[in-house]
Design a protein around this ligand. Structure first.
Ligand code: DND
Ligand code: ATP
Ligand code: MG
Length: 240
């Protein structure tokens, strides 16, 4: 684990240097992926890393957990309350006030896209890179918002499946309560990654690492992977 952590830290330093930048900014959600990224980023740039806490009709526990992570790893944070911005945008788009009871993926995806905008503001302002928190499991099945949480400069966890991220998190000192929280994008009340994907991370990770799964599970993973190929590519350009 120490060797892996060291390699990832050096990789982050290298990418920032290559980009002619001087530090890193990332969203701190109170979940295990961003806690792991925060720990690595602090090791890489102890004096030039910034965590953004960006509640958007979020559960108050998320921001509490995010602040706890920031304290443990001595990370400076800024909090940007996105509720009023989101409400204004929803009303401008739909003509109606935001109603949390009305389920809409299009409206839900605005939340990570607003966070991306805030992260790039600070990246531009401070000459930092935006560090994404996506892991190999989420990337493989496209479980992220295109140009939302997917809109980042580097993805240090992109080659680790969720189970491996949890192991690294534990080694780096992320609190157990955060590691064991059911993974959630927090886009609506009661949302969980596993519930929405219709897969468990145990199933998904086992398939990604071994190529083995019961036929129905393998079919589901392949369908999600194929359907999300566009999210892992640059926009199509005509060949003429
Ligand atoms: N073939 C194709 N070629 C090029 N572009 C294509 C395309 N098919 C769709 N598109 C475009 O992609 C859009 C759909 O993609 P997108 O906007 O991402 O939307 P979509 O994949 O429908 O939704 C995002 C999913 O990620 C989940 N999520 C979001 C954020 C964070 C997390 C988390 O784990 O924390 C999870 C979220 O709960 C939801 O299930 C379409 O509206 C269209 O613009
Ligand atoms: N309220 C928030 N404030 C700041 N950043 C956020 C917030 N919600 C989500 N994000 C950003 O979006 C990323 C994607 O969310 P995702 O849920 O996949 O990761 P996580 O919360 O770190 O871990 P988990 O998947 O276990 O919930 C987060 O890691 C974080 O960088
Ligand atoms: Mg989360």
């Amino acid at each position: 684990m120490e060797e892996l952590a060291q390699k990832l830290v050096s990789w982050i330093q290298e990418k920032v240097k290559e980009g002619g930048c001087r530090g890193v900014v990332f969203g701190l959600s109170g979940g295990v992926d961003s806690a792991t990224v925060a720990a690595l980023c602090h090791r890489a740039f102890p004096k030039a890393c910034l965590g953004l806490i960006m509640p958007c009709h979020s559960h108050p526990r998320d921001a509490e957990d995010a602040r706890r992570v920031a304290e443990i790893f001595s990370i400076p944070v800024k909090t940007v309350l996105l509720d009023p911005v989101y409400d204004t945008l929803v009303e401008a788009l739909t003509g109606h006030p935001y109603d949390p009871e009305k389920r809409s993926l299009a409206l839900a995806n605005l939340k990570p896209r607003l966070r991306m905008t805030v992260l790039y503001y600070w990246a531009n302002e401070l000459n930092y890179l935006v560090v994404g928190t996506g892991n190999r499991s989420e990337l493989a099945v496209g479980y992220f918002t295109k140009y939302g949480d997917g809109g980042v400069d580097i993805l240090p966890l992109g080659n680790l499946v969720k189970t491996q991220v949890r192991e690294l998190a534990s080694y780096l000192g992320v609190p157990k309560e955060i590691i064991n929280k059911p993974p959630s994008a927090g886009l609506w009340e009661g949302q969980t990654d596993e519930g929405e994907m219709g897969l468990t991370y145990a199933e998904l990770d086992h398939y990604l690492l071994t190529g083995e799964a019961p036929p129905k599970v393998a079919e589901r993973i392949k369908a999600l992977a194929t359907g999300s190929e566009h999210k892992r590519r640059l926009p199509a350009i005509p060949p003429f």
